[in-house]
Write a new protein. Structure first.
Length: 309
C-alpha cells in the first residue's frame, strides 16, 4: 500500500517538474518541450517497474532544468537581437551604397568638393560607420559607364482605417519592387493608391535630429531659429528641427559650426492631417509597415496614423 502511494506521489512530483519547466520562458521550442515529455514518460515507466527516486533529487533536477532552459532562452534572445541588429545595419549599408552611386551619377562628378549631393551622401554613410575603403570603391564604381543609377520613387498606399502610407524607394528593378509591394498588401492588408492621392496629405521637409541628452532645449531652439528653421518639435528621445528642402543641409552646417552634435539629417514626409485609428487597426497597420520596412528596396516608410483618444 505504502509503495503504491509513494509511486503516485513520485509521479505527481514529476508532473510538477514538467509544468514548472513549461512555465520557463525558454520553452518556446516545441522540440525541447517534446524532450521533457519523453523524459517524463520514461521515468514514469521506470517507477512502475519499481525504480524509486528521492524527493530531494527531483527538486535538484527541477533547479538544473530551470538553469539549462534559462541559458537556452538567453542565447536564443541574444541571437534574435543580433540578427535584428545585423539586418538593420545591412539595410543602412545598402541604402548608403545606393545613395553614393546615385550621387555620382546624378551629380555628374566623383569629386565631393564639387558635388554637394555626393558630399552629403558620404557624410550619411560615415554616420552609420560605413567603411571608408568601401566608400572609395563605390565612388570609382559609380564613375564607370557600366554602373547604372538606381531608380528613386515613391509608392502610395492606404492602410487599415484609411491611413495614408508613403514609401521612399531606391531600386534597380521596378518590376521586382512592384511585385513585392503587391505581396505585402495581399499578406497584411491595405491597397496601393494612385499617385498623388496620399501624398497631398503630406509635406516634404528636411528633418534634423539631435539627441536630447546632447544639448539644452532652449539653446537649440534659439540656434535653430537663427539658422532659418521652419519649426521645432520633439520626439521621445530627439529634438526635431524642421526645415525646407532647400535649406536642410545649409542649416545642418550652421548648427554643426555651433558645435551641435547632429544624429541625422534627412528629407522626410511629414503629415498635414493625421488619422485616428482603433487599437485593432493600429496593430494591423504596424504589421503592414514592419513588413514594408523589411523590403530591401524600401528606404523609409511614412504614415499619418495616430491612436484614437
Amino acid at each position: 500500500m505504502y509503495a503504491f502511494i509513494w509511486v503516485i506521489f513520485d509521479i505527481y512530483v514529476e508532473m510538477v517538474l514538467v509544468f514548472t519547466a513549461k512555465s520557463c520562458r525558454s520553452l518556446s521550442d516545441k522540440a525541447v518541450q517534446g524532450d521533457i515529455w519523453m523524459c517524463f514518460i520514461y521515468k514514469t515507466i521506470n517507477k512502475f517497474a519499481g525504480v524509486k527516486k528521492s524527493f530531494r533529487l527531483v527538486l535538484t533536477e527541477i533547479k538544473l532544468m530551470r538553469f539549462d532552459m534559462a541559458g537556452h532562452s538567453k542565447w536564443a534572445n541574444i541571437k534574435r537581437r543580433k540578427e535584428k541588429v545585423d539586418a538593420k545595419r545591412g539595410k543602412l549599408f545598402s541604402r548608403a551604397s545606393k545613395e553614393i552611386i546615385n550621387a555620382v551619377k546624378i551629380g555628374g562628378s566623383a569629386d565631393p568638393k564639387t558635388n554637394n549631393r555626393l558630399r552629403l551622401a558620404i557624410q550619411k554613410a560615415k554616420e552609420v560607420n560605413f567603411p571608408s575603403d568601401n566608400i572609395d570603391r563605390l565612388i570609382k564604381k559609380a564613375a564607370s559607364a557600366d554602373q547604372e543609377a538606381y531608380y528613386e520613387m515613391q509608392y502610395e498606399l492606404y492602410g487599415h482605417g484609411g491611413v495614408g502610407i508613403i514609401l521612399d524607394i531606391m531600386t534597380d528593378n521596378k518590376n521586382r519592387i512592384a511585385s513585392e509591394i503587391r505581396i505585402a498588401t495581399n499578406k497584411c492588408g491595405g491597397t496601393i493608391a494612385s499617385p498623388g492621392s496620399v501624398a497631398f496629405n503630406f509635406d516634404r521637409k528636411g528633418v534634423i535630429q539631435v539627441e536630447k541628452n546632447k544639448v539644452i532645449e532652449d539653446e537649440l531652439f534659439l540656434l535653430a531659429s537663427e539658422s532659418g528653421a521652419e519649426d521645432f518639435d520633439t520626439s521621445e528621445d530627439m529634438f526635431l528641427i524642421i526645415t525646407s528642402i532647400e535649406d536642410l543641409y545649409k542649416i545642418k552646417e550652421k548648427l554643426e559650426h555651433k558645435e551641435v552634435i547632429i544624429k541625422e539629417a534627412s528629407l522626410e514626409f511629414i503629415p498635414k492631417v493625421t488619422v485616428e485609428c482603433s487599437k485593432e487597426d493600429i496593430e494591423k497597420n504596424t504589421k503592414l509597415i514592419e513588413y514594408l520596412e523589411d523590403l530591401d528596396d524600401v528606404d523609409a516608410v511614412y504614415h499619418n496614423m495616430v491612436e484614437s483618444s
